[in-house]
Design a protein around this ligand. Structure first.
Ligand code: NAP
Length: 312
């Protein structure tokens, strides 16, 4: 009996082998391929291991009549229609916490790279052009004011790291949190006005779409830098590009974009941005921990036990 369906072409060879070594599994590249599978196979499937950003909606769930679990690889599950899953009594799980350190590390690394112009510095040395002259002076990060948009698991890890850089920590969340004296703002625009850096660590999905609006970016201003490690959808990307091009926003450090991997070509013409290819959790250690947590959820479900990290 093939009771596991592996959905997504983003799985590595090792991840696929681990899943299919543990459970009899079939494989499709995308949720949109499920309806085209053989009916007998579709009926056997009880659990899905999902990785990727292709939408996983009601139609794909409907094509698997005995589906009971969608186990997502990643903490962000905005690609999965959780409302549709819940309506069908399909459980959804994700992989929280195990990736917090890596995503926070990358956020801080991107901030330093943006402020200190580190990529250009590397290129000057590596290309042998250093004798032609020094780089222009860049900007200091330590001691600055930072606003974290969404003080969740990852947002808090970023704030903890930035506190060690002697930064003045501000944050927005839907409710005030217990913190070591960080400044809470109920209003995002007011926070953007008060800080030099805005770091977005929100969940993705329709509820947070465009949360960092043109107005917020204008409030951050020509000396301000936007950092996004959440999802491309949380920021008004067109407004961000307009403001970066006109100098009304000082800079950006981005790991996520609206159209990945075909990012807007306007980004390539800017020299105030530091860009990364959505690799916040992309270390050997963390991807292994995420794969183990995904499999632990699948194991628990197929054994009739409590799920480890349920979403719904
Ligand atoms: P989390 O602990 O659930 O925190 C999410 C934050 O989003 C919380 O501060 C929460 O605010 C806020 N939020 C949720 N719904 C909201 C709404 N409707 N309106 C306003 N704020 C809302 O999640 P996490 O584990 O820190 O992960 C955050 C996100 O990071 C993930 O969802 C994922 O998209 C992204 N991520 C990116 C990478 C990468 O490679 N770049 C890797 C991992 C994760 P409250 O505090 O008010 O609840």
């Amino acid at each position: 009996m093939t009771n596991l369906l592996i959905v997504g072409n983003a799985f590595t060879e090792e991840e696929r082998a681990r899943l299919s070594g543990a459970h009899a599994a079939a494989l499709v590249a995308s949720p949109s391929d499920i309806a085209g599978m053989d009916m007998t196979l579709r009926t056997e499937v009880r659990a899905v291991a999902f990785k990727g950003h292709a939408p996983f909606g009601a139609e794909a769930m409907q094509a698997l009549p005995n589906l009971g679990l969608i186990a997502n690889f990643g903490v962000g599950y905005d690609a999965i229609d959780v409302t549709a899953a819940t309506a069908r009594s399909v459980a959804v799980t994700n992989t929280p916490d195990v990736l917090n350190d890596d995503v926070a590390d990358l956020a801080v690394g991107m901030m330093l790279a943006q402020a200190r112009d580190m990529v250009r510095g590397h290129l000057v040395v590596a290309s042998g052009k250093w004798p032609e002259g020094n780089l222009p002076l860049n900007r200091k990060m330590s001691g600055g004011k930072v606003g974290i948009v969404g003080l969740g698991r990852i947002g808090r890890e970023i704030a903890n790291r930035l506190a060690a850089f002697k930064m003045d920590i501000h944050y927005t969340s839907r409710s005030e949190k217990e913190t070591p004296g960080w400044t809470y703002h109920a209003d995002l625009k007011a926070m953007a006005q008060a800080v030099d850096w805005l770091v977005v660590a929100l969940v993705g999905g329709p509820e947070t779409e465009g949360h960092v609006s043109r107005e917020v970016l204008e409030a951050l201003g020509p000396q301000g830098v936007l950092v996004n490690i959440s999802r491309g959808t949380t920021v008004d990307e067109a407004a961000m590009l307009d403001l970066l091009e006109s100098g009304k926003l000082g800079g950006a450090a981005l790991d996520v974009f609206l159209n990945e991997p075909d990012v807007d070509p306007r980004f390539r013409r800017l020299n105030t941005v530091h860009l990364q290819p959505h690799q916040g959790s992309g270390t050997v250690e963390t991807r292994r921990a995420m794969a183990e947590l995904q499999l632990a959820n699948i194991d628990a479900f197929l054994a009739g036990k409590d799920l480890v990290t349920p979403v719904n």
